[in-house]
Design a protein around this ligand. Structure first.
Ligand code: PLP
Length: 415
């Protein structure tokens, strides 16, 4: 075990012999099994639960009360007091001037991209390590996802690599940037606060301003995460949250758009309600809109869940500190932790195995699943998926190195 830690500080001669030693010891079936057992014991000590799902919702407040009130009022669909209340609560929490609740996070991203004026064939930069919905939303606009590498520290988009990359590929014009190689406009960047870890938004804002890129923040996973005390999703022109069943709080299915730009907010609200012209009885629409408005019944659940957010967040941070205490002594596991400027919701605790053996990752996951511990590997990088293979992408050396070593741990707020 110590061998691996020493490889990082040893001189070159020691380095080789220790590496060999480490590989040999990691390669033996017995040592791998010992490590899997050790890992399972740690998870059990931290979580104190037999069957461990990755992330389950937790309902312990006014959920049933609000749902009953919603049902008894007959306002279960896209109009009702809970939608407005939910939006107001989100605005208060995040500090965003405007909030538009939607049917899910992907529709929030889609609408946001449309509202900032993304055109067909525009390129939008985003990390290759994210949920497929981030890139799908770009394709729904007939725009082109342009994939970037991740940082080893927080697994978010690597801002310093993006800066170097843009220097190479961008032809700067007065108010816009063109990709020299594809001749398409690079019009936006979508930082994703992955697993709840805030992206360094100082860096992101500076890159966006240098290249005239609009920032659409994918804060789907980061409700309750802050960068320098400002809520994620509120740094760019527009930001999006998801309230899917697996998120820190849930509305069943749901999402929200955050923006301080009131004109954009009006446009998003209008498009999310099928572009219907507001009138007491006439039914008319003035453009192609979308049926993306969050139903009242989902918002009722959301209001009750939001009331619980600070408690859920506290529990999740406590769970992270327990994982940290255990994994600090395990050199073959690196637990991703917040940066000094970040305050993270720890939606999903995430580790990077410090061993380059795909077969071990598979064995570890299988060993855990056999014991009812449902850990999960990270998504397959999007630039490798068949529908995105031909999209432009930067050098992917870090993601290529890490892709088979990233694992999400059980992280439910009740643990
Ligand atoms: C990073 C990221 N982006 C976008 C989405 C899309 O959200 P939804 O599932 O609510 O459509 C999700 C989650 O599900 C996500 O994790």
């Amino acid at each position: 075990m110590n061998g691996f830690r020493m490889t990082q500080i040893g001189n070159s001669t020691n380095h080789i012999s220790i590496m060999n030693n480490c590989h040999t010891s990691f390669g033996t079936i017995n040592s791998q099994e010992r490590r899997i057992d050790e890992f399972i014991e740690i998870i059990r000590r931290v979580c104190k639960c037999n069957e461990l799902k990755l992330h389950e919702p937790f309902f312990s407040g006014n959920e049933v009360k609000y749902l009953e009130s919603c049902i008894s009022s007959n306002f279960v669909s896209s109009v009702g007091k809970f939608v407005n209340k939910f939006e107001k609560m989100l605005a208060d929490l995040t500090g965003s001037k405007n909030v538009i609740a939607t049917v899910n996070g992907t529709s929030a991203l889609h609408l946001s991209l449309l509202c900032i004026g993304i055109k067909p064939e525009d390129e939008v930069l985003l990390p290759s390590l994210t949920f497929v919905g981030s890139a799908n939303a770009i394709r729904y606009c007939n725009a082109i996802p342009h994939f970037c590498d991740i940082s080893e520290n927080d697994l978010n988009i690597d801002t310093s690599k993006v800066r170097d990359y843009l220097k190479l590929i961008v032809e700067k014009h007065h108010s816009y940037s063109i990709n020299k190689f594809t001749k398409h406009r690079i019009s936006a960047i979508m930082p994703v606060h992955l697993y709840g870890q805030p992206v360094n938004m100082d860096e992101m804002l500076s890159i966006a301003s240098e290249y005239n890129l609009t920032i659409v923040e994918d804060a789907a996973e980061s409700l309750g995460s802050y960068f320098k005390n400002k809520h994620t999703g509120t740094f760019g022109k527009i930001g999006c949250i998801s309230f899917n069943g697996n998120k820190i709080i849930t509305t069943g299915g749901g999402g929200a758009i955050l923006t301080n730009d009131s004109k954009l907010a009006r446009m998003a609200r209008h498009l999310s309600t099928t572009a219907k012209i507001s009138h007491p009885w006439e039914l008319s629409h003035d453009e192609i809109g979308y049926n993306y408005r969050m139903p009242n019944i989902n918002a009722a659940l959301g209001c009750a869940q939001l009331e619980m957010l600070s408690e859920l967040r506290k529990n999740k941070r406590l769970l992270h500190s327990k994982y940290k205490k255990e994994f600090d002594d395990v050199p073959w596991v690196k637990l991703i932790a917040e940066d000094k400027n970040a305050n993270c919701n720890y939606w999903l605790n995430t580790i990077v195995l410090q061993v380059n053996k795909t077969s071990f990752t598979k064995k570890l996951i299988q060993g855990c699943h056999e014991k009812q511990i449902f850990i999960r590997p990270s998504w397959k990088p999007l630039h490798l998926l068949p529908m995105f293979k031909s999209c432009p992408s930067s050098d992917m050396s870090t993601l290529t190195k890490l892709q088979d070593r990233i694992i999400n741990l059980p992280s439910s707020a009740y643990l």
